[in-house]
Design a protein around this ligand. Structure first.
Ligand SMILES: Nc1ncnc2c1ncn2[C@@H]1O[C@H](COP(=O)(O)OP(=O)(O)OP(=O)(O)O)[C@@H](O)[C@H]1O
Ligand code: SF4
Ligand SMILES: [Mg+2]
Length: 338
């Protein structure tokens, strides 16, 4: 699904489902999500807090923690369903092929290990023939590219600034030539200036390395700057997927429309509107379309039946009855966030 071109996707998520088994009941944090990622593209993954972005991100590396479990679907990488491979094979895939960068780099860095040792350990874990000297040299060359002085390789993680640590995380992924990087809010902990520098670096590196990146963020501005395509999640579901320019010009899903209308600087010609209401409690999601209690266009069908995710034009997917049933859409759509 979601054909961007005739190319085969690098990663294909099919009907993925992730459930947290809590004392209060089952929380379906990711439900029936299907998404193709193509080599060399940056896909922004957006949506309000709690909609399942991080859960989807960690699921791609099979790192969902208890009480969470992947309860359905497939994740096809190089033609293989990685939900079916052994934990050993998965460990080999992580880092060397699919890497994850978290909001707080300290969660991935060992505070007792110097930065050069992180590179040596990580490179040698996947490429046993590489000597320590070669690994350190590879790290040093990456440091030149990342704009960090080579002598900082001897530092411990706490001696580096937050921005440097996040650069180190990118460096570790690049050292292994990871084919896919999943970055979960990589700039949220950085101040504005350091964030801007980090984004410039990412822009530069993505072309140099033909990086494939899934960028999870609250920040629509970052998506506008970096992403080729955007996937919008709401309450565990994928509700819209489109090329970034098209999505900003004409969001199809009312939730995307509301999301963009509540962000300053994207549409300066429009009045800023704050989205009313809260995302639903995933223990008891609304019936039908999960956005219906907040949707200004909601129709009778919306609370009764769940809208399917359909390709409304090549490469543009949305799950909304306004687009699944075109006749009802035109007159209902006038207004609300216009
Ligand atoms: N360890 C957990 N135990 C129980 N429920 C969880 C757990 N982690 C996440 N959830 C639930 O799963 C849903 C999705 O959470 P997730 O962290 O993936 O959202 P998110 O979109 O990344 O949010 P944010 O933008 O705040 O990071 C939420 O309803 C959350 O309460
Ligand atoms: S399906 Fe209905 S409630 Fe849901 S977004 Fe579309 S119009 Fe709104
Ligand atoms: Mg998150």
């Amino acid at each position: 699904m979601q054909t961007k071109s005739n190319r085969e996707p690098l990663l294909s998520v099919k009907n993925l489902e992730v459930t947290y088994y809590t004392r209060a009941g089952e929380v379906r944090a990711v439900e029936d999500v299907s998404l193709d990622i193509f080599e060399g593209e940056v896909v922004g993954l957006v949506g309000e807090s709690g909609c399942g972005k991080s859960t989807l991100g960690v699921a791609l590396l099979r790192l969902v923690r208890s009480p969470g479990k992947i309860t359905g679907g497939q994740i096809i990488f190089h033609g293989q369903d990685i939900l079916k491979i052994s934990e050993n094979e998965m460990r080999e895939l992580r880092g060397a092929h699919i890497s994850m960068i978290f909001q707080d780099p300290m969660t991935s860095l060992d505070p007792l290990q110097r930065i050069d040792d992180h590179f040596v350990e990580s490179i040698k874990a996947h490429e046993k023939h590489v000597s320590r000297e070669e690994a350190v040299e590879r790290a040093a060359e990456l440091f030149d590219l990342l704009g960090i002085a080579r002598d900082r390789l001897h530092d411990y993680p706490h001696q580096l600034s937050g921005g440097m640590r996040q650069r180190v995380m990118i460096g570790l992924a690049l050292a292994l030539n990871a084919e896919l990087i999943v970055a979960d809010e990589p700039t949220t902990s950085l101040d504005v200036l350091v964030e801007a520098q980090f984004l410039d670096l990412l822009k530069d590196l993505r072309h140099k390395y033909n990086m494939t990146l899934i960028l999870i963020t609250h920040n629509i501005g970052i998506v506008a700057e970096l992403a080729d395509r955007v996937a919008v999640m709401y309450a565990g579901k994928l509700v819209e997927l489109a090329d970034v320019m098209k999505l900003f010009e004409e969001p199809l899903h009312p939730y995307t429309e509301a999301l963009l209308s509540s962000v300053p600087n994207i549409k300066l010609d429009k009045e800023l509107k704050i989205m009313e209401g809260q995302p639903p409690d995933l223990l008891h999601p609304p019936t039908g379309c999960r956005f219906h209690p907040r949707c200004p266009y909601a129709m009778d069908i919306c609370s009764q039946k769940e809208p399917p995710l359909v390709e409304v034009e090549p490469g543009r997917w949305t799950a909304c009855w306004l687009h699944a049933e075109k006749e009802t859409s035109q007159e209902t759509r006038e207004g609300a966030y216009a």
